[in-house]
Design a protein around this ligand. Structure first.
Ligand code: FAD
Length: 587
């Protein structure tokens, strides 16, 4: 034991507990920013179950700068629509092609493969997972965290500057930190099975590129194609007569199988016939897991130098496929802030993690519970209401697009963020246009004559200042006048990547402005659609955070600068003497 009175040694690593998708994402994000990080995992090796098989557009967007989205897309199967049937009748169809993202689909990919892609990226960043290393308990004292780790029979102590608990629903980090896990179990058992399916529903190209959901009097059944030919994920409520007693184990985020019923293939075929209403031959079961889920959320996401992320912070129904996606987005939100604080940004930045991410999980809990109840509705009135709601979603364009934005998580925003940056200065933002706390919308641009997407061009680290010229000839002079002001006090050349979005080719470009091509990336918005999306009828600047969220927006004028300064002061490290403190090279 170390003597008390000890203070944090800045060379102590950040320790990430847990090597599931959330822990590994957190570790990559820290390591690629040059932060010293350890990842310990109780498991003897990587998990081999396919649990989360859906990656949503927002997750792929936030992982783009991590450098893994293209790899995931390369291995996964894009699902282009979501069709809902009541008995044998299709009542709703949601086309993902309408999703305004570089990833207009739901990506089907087993969680074991997603985790492998993330671990490979972590290895490239120079970090290996320490398998077979269980956290037994942790204590905080005088600015340091002491961890008791167990490897087989051997126990030892380790120190951390900060700890991120990504150790799943039964999190030791959460328990050791005395953080309550508030909520309750859902009183229904479900079953997931990955198997070969031969059925009219799954036949042909359409059957391979669409998720089908079937409502029946026995409950809902979802059928998702998996990347391997002929393989599908079947998810359904278990028949009441196969249900064991409910227990109140708070750890169950899903996948728990203690005391769980067993279901054989013949029974599953009969169940399919009754609930899907068409024949099917089921074979080659790879994974059959009955589970009961909890709906729980950590009372707090932070205790001193300890944070919670992923299932350690929230567990809920897999309906809607949001668990892993929410956790990965937690990790990306937290880690750029922690890396900035380790470089000298104000510690208050870390308070925005819980302020931003906990309400998102509260919504996911609420929605997934409501959807699970709605999907299992059997009364004629409830079924009629459900059909009416789904028909409205399908037929009314704005309602459908809002629903899709929710499903793909593009709608996730942070109205309660405590970061400054709002309200946007008067006149810089129409009411409907995206502002601070919203996702920075993506869109088509042209880069030196080649098609590109705005978000894909942003530098992999740090913030981006996107300046829309709105076709104005004086844009470059105004920006050149403002940039030195904007950059005072921070290493903004390295921390902020400037992107100029021009409305017309060559127009507005001013060679005399002093903007050097090395400092800025120029793109063309050939159709004007991106200007419209951002409500940029006049020149406007938008600060995009490393997690793709708008941190500030304002006019291209000195009046916007005080608020921009407040945001950069709150979220960026101060300027450093590059000779005294050489910046660690990101990987
Ligand atoms: C059947 C099913 C289907 C699902 N489908 C979807 C879906 O389609 N989409 C979606 O987004 N989500 C889905 N989920 C949820 C998703 O699987 C989880 O949200 C996700 O695994 C959470 O990741 P995590 O990294 O937070 O935790 P986990 O994946 O649980 O990883 C926890 C890690 O912590 C380690 N650990 C635990 N205790 C300790 C300790 N004391 N010391 C050290 N290490 C420890 C474990 O070994 C493991 O490495 C599904 C879940 C189930 C069960």
């Amino acid at each position: 034991m170390k003597p008390s009175g000890e203070v944090m040694d800045p060379s102590d690593p950040v320790v990430v507990v847990g090597a599931g998708p959330v822990g590994v994402t957190a570790a990559i994000e820290l390591a690629r920013r040059g932060v010293s990080v350890r990842v310990v995992s109780a498991g003897a090796g990587p998990s081999t179950t396919s649990k989360a098989m859906g990656i949503h557009a927002r997750t792929l967007e936030v992982l783009q700068r991590t450098g893994v989205s293209d790899r995931l897309v390369g291995l996964g199967l894009p699902l282009h629509s979501f069709r809902i049937h009541d008995q044998r009748r299709a009542i709703a169809e949601l086309p993902f092609a309408e999703v305004p993202s570089a990833f207009p689909f739901a990506l089907s990919l087993g969680q074991d493969v997603t985790e492998k892609v993330l671990r490979d990226r972590l290895q490239e960043a120079g970090v290996e997972v320490e398998w077979g290393t269980r956290l037994v308990q942790l204590e905080q004292e005088d600015g340091t965290v002491r961890l008791t780790l167990e490897q087989g029979e051997r126990r030892h102590e380790a120190r951390a500057s900060w700890v991120i608990g990504c150790d799943g629903g039964s999190s030791t980090v959460r328990r050791s930190s005395g953080i309550a896990f508030e909520g309750e179990p859902f009183p229904q058992w479900f079953l997931v099975a990955d198997l070969q399916v031969d059925s009219p529903v799954t036949a042909g190209e359409a059957g391979r590129s669409r998720t089908n959901m079937f409502f029946s009097d026995e409950g809902a059944t979802a059928v998702f194609p998996l990347p391997e030919p002929g393989l599908y994920r079947l998810a359904t409520a278990l028949p009441q007569d196969a249900v064991p007693a409910i227990d109140d184990d708070e750890s169950r985020g899903g996948g728990g199988d203690r005391g769980a019923p067993t279901v054989d293939l013949a029974a599953l075929e009969q169940l399919w016939q009754r609930r899907v209403g068409r024949p099917a031959r089921l074979s080659d079961p790879r994974w059959i897991s009955p589970f009961q889920f909890n709906s729980r959320i950590a009372a707090s996401y932070r205790s001193g130098r300890v944070f919670l992320a992923g299932d350690a912070a929230h567990v809920h129904s897999p309906v809607g496929g949001q668990g892993m996606n929410t956790g990965i987005q937690d990790a990306v939100n937290l880690t750029w802030k922690l890396a900035a604080v380790l470089e000298g940004a104000p510690e208050g930045l870390l308070d925005t993690y819980e302020a931003e991410r906990r309400p998102v999980a509260e919504d996911v809990l609420h929605d997934s519970r409501r959807n699970a109840v709605m999907a299992s509705a059997t009364s004629p009135l409830a079924k009629a209401g459900r059909s009416l709601a789904l028909r409205t979603v399908t037929r009314v364009g704005p309602v459908r697009r809002r629903f899709l934005a929710g499903l793909t998580m593009l709608a996730v925003s942070y109205p309660a963020s405590v970061l400054p940056g709002r309200p946007a200065p008067t006149g810089s933002r129409p009411r409907w246009a995206p502002g601070p706390g919203h996702r920075a919308p993506d869109g088509d641009v042209s880069l030196r004559g080649c098609p590109a997407r705005l978000l894909g061009l942003l530098a992999p680290h740090g913030h981006a200042l996107v300046s829309f010229d709105a076709g104005r000839a004086d844009h470059d002079n105004s920006l050149a006048d403002l940039l030195p002001e904007i950059r005072t006090g921070h290493d903004l050349v390295s921390e902020i990547h400037v992107v100029v979005v021009r409305r017309y080719r060559g127009h507005g470009k001013n060679e005399q402005s002093g903007l050097s091509p090395e400092e800025i990336t120029e793109v063309l918005d050939p159709t004007g659609r991106l200007h419209d999306t951002y409500g940029a009828s006049r020149p406007v600047m938008v600060l995009v955070r490393p997690d793709g969220v708008i941190g500030w927006r304002g006019p291209l004028a000195p009046s916007g600068l005080p608020l921009l300064r407040a945001v950069t002061d709150a979220s960026l490290p101060p300027a450093r003497d590059s000779h005294a403190h050489p910046r660690r090279l990101p990987t």
